[in-house]
Design a protein around this ligand. Structure first.
Ligand SMILES: *[C@@H]1O[C@H](CO)[C@@H](O)[C@H](O)[C@H]1NC(C)=O
Ligand SMILES: *[C@@H]1O[C@H](CO)[C@@H](O)[C@H](O)[C@H]1NC(C)=O
Ligand SMILES: *[C@@H]1O[C@H](CO)[C@@H](O)[C@H](O)[C@H]1NC(C)=O
Ligand SMILES: *[C@@H]1O[C@H](CO)[C@@H](O)[C@H](O)[C@H]1NC(C)=O
Ligand SMILES: *[C@@H]1O[C@H](CO)[C@@H](O)[C@H](O)[C@H]1NC(C)=O
Ligand SMILES: *[C@@H]1O[C@H](CO)[C@@H](O)[C@H](O)[C@H]1NC(C)=O
Length: 402
């Protein structure tokens, strides 16, 4: 499919912040006055050679006032709540050594919709000057963030409750941090992962699906400074299309909710093109499709899923890792799920020269439109479907339109 190449893209933050701030609030009343609000530093690039990393905590009770968490001091003395999820924001290259203008909006947008700890990482000092020197500082920065996260973990924070949001160069920093934690942190969102110096980098150096249990990336700038290759379990390539009435506002739900994707290792590199057609109005709907094997297998299992409506056909491949029961995948389809009337399943055996795969598999298939509704309703075919190698099996899928 050729779609994004020649389309204009909107700057990312307009998307991320505007969508998230759909009902922005003023929220500027200062209830607590027992500490001073801490802010980002400003680096003069002539002497901005120290990293001087700062961790600023923002909470729902005071979304516009940062609390400085000192590296060696107790986090216990701050408003950090270890039973909540934690979102860590990492900015990218700052040519002029100034605070990123979008930070406040993003922090407020997150706190407006979720009750979480938000930590903004200020590495303005190390990110200024020349791009390559910012890149040179990335490892040291990642080590200091990892160290900080280790302290959170020591407080009893669970690794899966940590979500790192990295912007541009910060996306690769997030990848490194995740790598240092053995890929066991909950989630990394890369917003326009930087391209320069990273497109050909090794997986250790750049953001990749091994860096967290769930890695997603949103690309809006793949023709300029953004990376052109997929780096996550799910990569959204957003073009300049406008929001269409009736289309799910998927980015905001993808960004803040878990989108129903569970905290398990997912098959690598799913690419999702949002609003991929240049001929508006035309948007894509997304469903989570899932196949649960009756018994685990010693080999990877691949199942092709095709959704048919009266006039459309959309396909995705579910991959179930060996020794796992369940495979999940996003399927992008052109009409709402309720207009899909047939689902076709095809088991793709992994036949090798020296070894034949099983002739059939048995399991259960379910699908759900995204974002999931509160009920998390999935539409399932009856249990114990038997799929024979390379044979299509069609079922009627009758999901009611809301
Ligand atoms: C809120 O903070 C500002 C600036 O620190 C201060 O001037 C103002 O008096 C405070 N308002 C209240 C209600 O405490
Ligand atoms: C931390 O968050 C939990 C869950 O919302 C809440 O029950 C608890 O009271 C909070 N703790 C503090 C100290 O605010
Ligand atoms: C950041 O990188 C620049 C360029 O390599 C270097 O001069 C500077 O010392 C580095 N900063 C730190 C804190 O390592
Ligand atoms: C699909 O075709 C059937 C049979 O022609 C028709 O009853 C149904 O309304 C069509 N559905 C849509 C969504 O157009
Ligand atoms: C959720 O489930 C309840 C009870 O089963 C049902 O009444 C309600 O309509 C469902 N809501 C949605 C959005 O599916
Ligand atoms: C499907 O398989 C499960 C597990 O083997 C079994 O317990 C169940 O009875 C089967 N269901 C049907 C409807 O055959």
């Amino acid at each position: 499919m050729k779609m994004v190449e020649d389309l204009k893209r909107k700057p990312l933050f307009i998307l991320a912040v505007i969508l998230l701030l759909s009902s922005a609030q003023a929220g500027n009343t200062n209830r607590t006055s027992w500490h001073q609000c801490a802010d980002f530093q400003t680096a003069n690039f002539l002497h901005g050679s120290k990293l001087n990393v700062q961790f600023l905590l923002f909470t729902s009770s005071n979304p516009s006032c940062g609390e400085l968490i000192l590296a060696d001091d107790g986090i216990e003395d701050t408003s950090f709540n270890s039973s909540l999820e934690t979102k860590i924001i990492i900015h990218g290259f700052r040519a002029l050594g100034t605070k990123p203008s979008w930070i406040e909006g993003l922090v407020r947008a997150i706190l407006h919709t979720s009750h979480v700890n938000v930590i903004a990482v200020d590495w303005v000092h190390g990110s200024t000057g020349a791009y390559h020197s910012a890149v040179d500082n990335v490892t040291q920065l990642a080590l200091s963030i990892s160290h900080f996260i280790s302290k959170l973990l020591a407080l009893g924070v669970s690794g899966t409750s940590i979500h790192i949001i990295g912007v541009s160069l910060g996306a690769h920093v997030a990848g490194l941090v995740g790598h240092f934690h053995g890929g066991q942190l909950g989630r990394i969102t890369g917003l326009d992962p930087a391209g320069p110096k990273y497109t050909r980098a090794s997986l250790e150096e750049r953001l990749d699906p091994g860096d967290a249990l769930f890695v997603e990336a949103i690309h809006t700038d793949a023709d300029n400074f953004g990376i052109r290759i997929p780096v996550g379990h799910i990569d959204y390539f957003v073009n300049g299309g406008k929001d269409q009435p009736g289309c799910p506002r998927f980015i905001s739900a993808g960004l803040l909710e878990q989108a129903g994707v569970s905290m398990r290792r997912l098959p690598k590199e799913v690419i999702v093109y949002l609003m991929t057609s240049p001929s508006a109005p035309f948007c894509v709907h997304h469903s989570l499709v899932e196949f649960r094997l009756q018994k685990k297998r010693n080999v990877v299992t691949s199942i092709e899923i095709t959704f048919y409506s009266n006039s459309t056909k959309d396909t995705a491949k579910i991959t179930i890792p060996q020794q796992e029961e369940v495979g999940k995948r996003l399927l992008a389809h052109k009409v709402p799920l309720c207009e899909i009337n047939i689902v076709m399943l095809k088991y793709l055996p992994n036949n090798r020269f020296w070894r034949k795969d099983e002739s059939h598999i048995v399991g259960k298939f379910c699908a759900a439109p995204l974002p999931l509704n509160k009920n998390r309703t999935m539409f399932c075919l009856p249990w114990n479907i038997t799929l024979y190698g390379n044979m299509d099996l069609s079922y009627q899928l009758s999901a009611a339109c809301a």
